[in-house]
Design a protein around this ligand. Structure first.
Ligand SMILES: [Zn+2]
Ligand SMILES: [Zn+2]
Length: 512
C-alpha cells in the first residue's frame, strides 16, 4: 500500500463509519468452519476483525470480539486428506459428532479448531469462542429456530427475490439431525410444535419421528447467519467476498434480519482473498494452503498481522513465503524504512518486543555464518556494530531465520562456509586470485559490512575487474559456489584472520 504519513489507516476510517452508523457499543463477529486445516487465507477474517475491535476499544467504545466455530455443520466430502475407508460413512454428519483424524482430540472439529485457537493466542487475538454445536444443544438458538419455522414462507420469498431461485415446496429453514443415521443433511421437516419446541421429520434413511429444536438439528446457513446476529447482537462482521456477491448470503441475511428477526444487520466488511504466490487463491479444496501454524514457525506473529493490516480488506494480498516474506520482515524491523505504514505497525504489535533493528536479511546471513550457534551469532552482531540490548527479540528472530532457511529460503540464499578451500577454487583465474589476495591483505578487524563493500568496489576500480568476477571469486573461495549473500556484509560476519588466510590460500593455488 502506498501510504503517506497523512493518509489514515483503513481501520480508522472504517471505525469512523461504524460509530456513525451503529453507535458506540459493538459486537464484532467472526466465524470459520473447522472442516479442514484453518489456513492463513482464513486468517484475514480474524485479523481484520481484531484490528477493528482494537480501534473501537482505543476510542473508548465498548467492544466485544466473537469467534463462532461452525462445528455443527456437516462433513461435506471425504476430503483428500482423510482416510476414505474411515470417513465415507461420516459424510452428512456434524463435524462435532464425528471422530478426529489423529485420535488425540474429542471430535473432528476440535482436531482443526485446537491448533487454530493456539495460533490466535500467538497472534494476540483473544475472542470469546463459541462452538455452534454447543449453542444449539444448549437451546441458545431455539427462539430463532421457532421464528424461522413460523415465518418459513416469508423466508422462501426473500430467498426467491434475492437469489432468483425457487426453493422446493417442502423446503424448511431447519435441518433435523436424524438420531437413527446421525446425518443432518437427509431429513425433511413435516411439521413443528412451538409449544413443545419439537420438529417432526422423515429422514432419507427411512426413520421418522420428532426432535427437539435444542440440538435436534440446525438452521440452514442463510438463516443461521442472521439468527446469530440476533442472538449475539452482532454490529460488525468481516466476511469473504463469496458471501458479499449479489444475491449472496449477506444480501439474504440483511432481509431476513430486518423482516424476520426485526434487527439491523451488522456493518459489513467484505474482504478479498489471500493468494499464495504461483498457486492462486488459497482454498482447502484446492490443497494450496499454508496453515497458520506452519507460517507462525517462520514468521513472527506481528509480521503476519502486518502482512494483512497494511492492505485494505477490499484488496487482495499475495503471500510469497520466499524472498518477499524476508523483505516484509525487514520492512517490519527496519524502523527507518520509508514505505512502512506506522499505523499498521501499531495495530500489528503484540508481544511488546520492539522491532530488533537488525535487518532480517542480514540475520539470515549471520545465523548461517554462525552455523546456528547463538554465542557465535551474537559475537558476529557485536562485531558488526549492532547493539545487543534486545536479546530476547534477537533470539526470536534468529530462530525464525533458521526455520525460514530450512523451509522457504530460495537456494541462492542458502550457504555453508567451507572448512577447507573448496575444489571450485581451482577454477579461479589469475585476475581473481590477485584480487582475493589484495582483498585479504586489506581487511581489518572491526570493519563494517559497508566498509568492506566499499573496499571491494575500490579494488575492482583499481584492478579494472568486473564486480561480478570479483564476487564469484569470493564465493568460490569461501562457499564453493558462485553466488552468495551480499559480499561486504557476508565477509563482515566472518573472522577477518580466517578470511585473509583463506584468500591467501586460494591465491596460492596452482603454484602462482
Ligand atoms: Zn486429532
Ligand atoms: Zn436418518
Amino acid at each position: 500500500m502506498t501510504t503517506t504519513s497523512k493518509a489514515r489507516h483503513w481501520a480508522d476510517l472504517l471505525a469512523d463509519d461504524i460509530i456513525d452508523q451503529r453507535g458506540r457499543c459493538h459486537v464484532v463477529n467472526t466465524g470459520i468452519t473447522p472442516s479442514g486445516e484453518i489456513h492463513i487465507g482464513n486468517m484475514r477474517e480474524v485479523v481484520t476483525a481484531d484490528a477493528i475491535h482494537r480501534v473501537l476499544t482505543e476510542r473508548g467504545d465498548e467492544s466485544r470480539l466473537l469467534y463462532i466455530a461452525d462445528t455443527y455443520d456437516p462433513l461435506r466430502h471425504v476430503y483428500p486428506f482423510l482416510d476414505p475407508q474411515r470417513y465415507r460413512d461420516k459424510v452428512g454428519k456434524p463435524l462435532s459428532e464425528i471422530p478426529c483424524p489423529c485420535g488425540q482430540h474429542s471430535s473432528y472439529s476440535e482436531h482443526f479448531l485446537e491448533p487454530f485457537l493456539r495460533s490466535l493466542e500467538q497472534l494476540g487475538i483473544r475472542p470469546t469462542v463459541h462452538r455452534a454445536d454447543q449453542l444449539y444443544k444448549a437451546g441458545v438458538y431455539s427462539d430463532t429456530i421457532l421464528i424461522a419455522l413460523q415465518q418459513r414462507d416469508r423466508i422462501r420469498t426473500i430467498l426467491k427475490e434475492e437469489t432468483g431461485r425457487d426453493t422446493p415446496a417442502d423446503w424448511s429453514p431447519f435441518n433435523p439431525l436424524c438420531p437413527a443415521c446421525g446425518r443432518i443433511t437427509q431429513a425433511r421437516v413435516l411439521g413443528f410444535s412451538a409449544e413443545a419446541q419439537t420438529v417432526e421429520y422423515v429422514c432419507g434413511c427411512g426413520e421418522r419421528g420428532t426432535v427437539s429444536v435444542a440440538g435436534g438439528g440446525k438452521l440452514t446457513w442463510r438463516v443461521d447467519w442472521p439468527a446469530r446476529w440476533k442472538i449475539f447482537g452482532v454490529t460488525v462482521e468481516p466476511f469473504g467476498k463469496d458471501h458479499a456477491s449479489k444475491g449472496g448470503s449477506y444480501d439474504t441475511g440483511v432481509r431476513i434480519a430486518r423482516e424476520v428477526y426485526g434487527i439491523e444487520p451488522p456493518y459489513p466488511i467484505p474482504y478479498e482473498w489471500l493468494s499464495l504466490a504461483g498457486k492462486g487463491d488459497m482454498s482447502s479444496s484446492k490443497g494450496n494452503v499454508l496453515s497458520i501454524h506452519a507460517m507462525l514457525e517462520v514468521v513472527p506473529p506481528e509480521v503476519l498481522r502486518y502482512l494483512i493490516l497494511r492492505v485494505p480488506p477490499q484488496r487482495s494480498v499475495r503471500m510469497d513465503p520466499g524472498l518477499p516474506l524476508l523483505q516484509l520482515i525487514d520492512e517490519y524491523d527496519d524502523v527507518e524504512a520509508k514505505n512502512r505504514d506506522s499505523r499498521a505497525l501499531e495495530l500489528s504489535a503484540i508481544s511488546g518486543i520492539p522491532p530488533v533493528g537488525v535487518p532480517y536479511r542480514h540475520m539470515v546471513t549471520v545465523v548461517q555464518a554462525a552455523q546456528g550457534d547463538s554465542e557465535k551469532w551474537m559475537e558476529i552482531l557485536r562485531r558488526n556494530g549492532y547493539r545487543l540490548d534486545n536479546i530476547e527479540g534477537l533470539c526470536q528472530r534468529a530462530a525464525y531465520a533458521q526455520r525460514w532457511l530450512e523451509t522457504f529460503a530460495p537456494e541462492e540464499l542458502r550457504f555453508q562456509v567451507q572448512d577447507q578451500l573448496p575444489p571450485a577454487a581451482r577454477e579461479l583465474t589469475l585476475e581473481q586470485k590477485q584480487a582475493l589476495r589484495l582483498l585479504g591483505e586489506r581487511l581489518r578487524p572491526g570493519m563494517t559490512g559497508e566498509q568492506i563493500h566499499q573496499l571491494i568496489y575500490a579494488l575492482k576500480d583499481e584492478l579494472g575487474t568486473k564486480p561480478d568476477v570479483l564476487f564469484k571469486a569470493i564465493y568460490s573461495a569461501l562457499l564453493g559456489k558462485t553466488q552468495g549473500p551480499r559480499a561486504g556484509w557476508f565477509l563482515s560476519t566472518l573472522d577477518p584472520a580466517f578470511v585473509t588466510q583463506r584468500f591467501a590460500e586460494a591465491a596460492a593455488i596452482g603454484g602462482e
